[in-house]
Design a protein around this ligand. Structure first.
Ligand code: R5P
Length: 310
């Protein structure tokens, strides 16, 4: 078994390699003057099982293309099998036609990855679980919820905790965290008048004097979470903590969070945010390398991945 990294999140790849006491395959990913990506594997990988680690985070198009070209290079170098380890699976938010005449990017990207030559996918908190069905190869979708639950039990001492889904789509995730913490559930009724804009219509459930834990898969512009946190405060919430797997953090999201009512935002390092979150007091980054490393270990040894979540 060998690990290889793309350019999207080398810090995470190194941490996974450290967990597995392994080294990263020597490879070069460069660009031609016009921006085209060039991939070269600098060591023999014939007959090896290869895990290529690459998040489809910003710049998403470059990182996706890099992933496809690395898979192609691995296939042409006679790797025995190729697992695409995609900590953040970008392009997942368009997973169906919400309005007519739109694309379904999650399906197209799944086709591209399979066609390039991947034999298996490992990812974390897919935006929608059913995206697994867009692939005809095995997909292991890992969950950050147990990592969050451990952190909450250690850090938040309040006895009146409630888990909050920031929109109806996030109900299952919030319920799963609530089950681990043995607390109740509230739901924010969010509408999106336009892509990138969010509006809170109502809060379902009683949050008065409670410590609210909002849980979601993605924080992008921050609009969803900031509006939800504000609405919860208006309904009498004591404090609002936020736990989100993928810190996309576009534009001035970090600044908005800094100035918001959110007491603490916890994200994982599926996306490299070292620079963006440096010195920001109310943003904390939890490592995902242990979970991902252990999943890779179990896949290599053909043992159960789902047991990780029991
Ligand atoms: C939407 O369904 C996702 O789960 C996130 O809530 C959304 O992508 C967050 O986007 P933003 O931070 O831009 O509101």
């Amino acid at each position: 078994m060998k690990l290889l990294t793309g350019n999207s999140n080398k810090v995470l790849s190194k941490s996974i390699a450290k967990y597995l006491r392994s080294k990263l395959v020597n490879s070069s990913i460069r660009k031609f003057a016009d921006g085209e990506i060039y991939v070269e594997i600098n060591e023999n990988i014939r007959g090896n099982s290869i895990f290529i680690i690459q998040s489809v985070s910003s710049p998403a198009n470059d990182n996706l293309m890099e992933l496809l070209l690395v898979i192609d290079a691995l296939k042409r170098s006679s790797a025995k099998n190729i697992t695409a380890v995609i900590p953040y699976f970008g392009y997942a938010r368009q997973d169906r036609k919400v309005v007519p005449r739109t694309s379904i990017s999650a399906k197209l990207v799944s086709n591209l990855i399979t066609k390039a030559g991947a034999d298996r996918i490992v990812t974390v908190d897919l935006h929608a679980g059913q995206i697994q069905g867009f692939f005809d190869i095995p997909v292991d979708n890992l969950f950050a919820t147990p990592i969050f639950a451990r952190h909450i039990k250690k850090k938040i001492k309040s006895k009146e905790i409630i888990c909050v889904a920031p929109d109806v789509g996030g109900t299952e995730r919030a319920r799963a965290l609530g089950k681990l913490l043995n607390v109740g559930l509230a739901i924010v009724d969010k509408r999106r008048p336009k892509p990138g804009q969010s509006q809170v219509m109502n809060v379902i459930g009683n949050v008065k004097n409670k410590t609210c834990i909002i849980v979601d898969d993605i924080i992008d512009s921050g609009g969803t979470i900031i509006n939800a946190a504000r609405a919860l405060k208006q309904k009498g919430a004591e404090d609002v903590y936020v736990y989100i797997t993928h810190g996309v953090l576009s534009g001035d999201a970090v600044k908005k969070i800094k100035n918001s009512v959110i007491k603490n935002l916890v994200i994982t390092d599926t996306i490299d945010n070292v620079e963006k979150t440096k010195n920001v007091k109310n943003i904390e980054v939890l490592p995902i390398s242990g979970l991902m490393g252990e999943a890779i270990n179990r896949i290599s040894n053909s043992t159960s991945v789902s047991d990780l979540f029991k």
